[in-house]
Design a protein around this ligand. Structure first.
Ligand SMILES: [Ca+2]
Ligand SMILES: [Ca+2]
Ligand SMILES: [Ca+2]
Length: 136
């Protein structure tokens, strides 16, 4: 029994170190993307669905919407780090971003990243999307 336990522990350590090694090969930007992906993938299914992306959009939107009127004005968009995605979400250029505009932008982004068009984003699609400069 002790032997089985030791073998199990060794196996566990091996999996652990190889996991760490895999992560170590990521560049900083990729590691950041991977961490972001894990945040969006709420149920840890290793795929991000449209629903999860929309939930993430709402979360970011609510955090940016300081006065809670469901519209992001210029200050709210550019005033904090959430800029990026929301700054390009303003379709009609009235310097306000509605929740619908924000969701539309995230949806567009989702479709850009979903390179194999299976309506889910895999970790690899996310990390290697070539959109590393896009800030959510
Ligand atoms: Ca998921
Ligand atoms: Ca607002
Ligand atoms: Ca996909």
């Amino acid at each position: 029994m002790g032997r089985t336990f030791r073998l199990g522990t060794m196996l566990f350590c091996f999996v652990l170190t190889s996991g760490v090694a895999a992560f170590a090969e990521d560049s900083d930007a990729q590691a950041a993307r991977r961490a972001e992906f894990q945040k969006i993938d709420r149920d840890n299914s290793i795929f991000v669905t449209h629903e999860e992306m929309e939930a993430y959009c709402d979360e970011r939107f609510n955090a940016a919407d300081k006065d809670g009127d469901s519209i992001l004005n210029d200050d709210e968009v550019l005033g904090d780090k959430t800029g990026g995605m929301f700054a390009t979400a303003d379709q009609n250029k009235d310097k306000k971003v509605t929740r619908e505009e924000a969701r539309a932008r995230y949806n567009q982004y989702f479709n850009e990243i979903d390179t194999n068009k299976d309506n889910q984003i895999s970790a690899d699609e996310y990390v290697n999307s070539g959109k590393v400069s896009v800030k959510f």
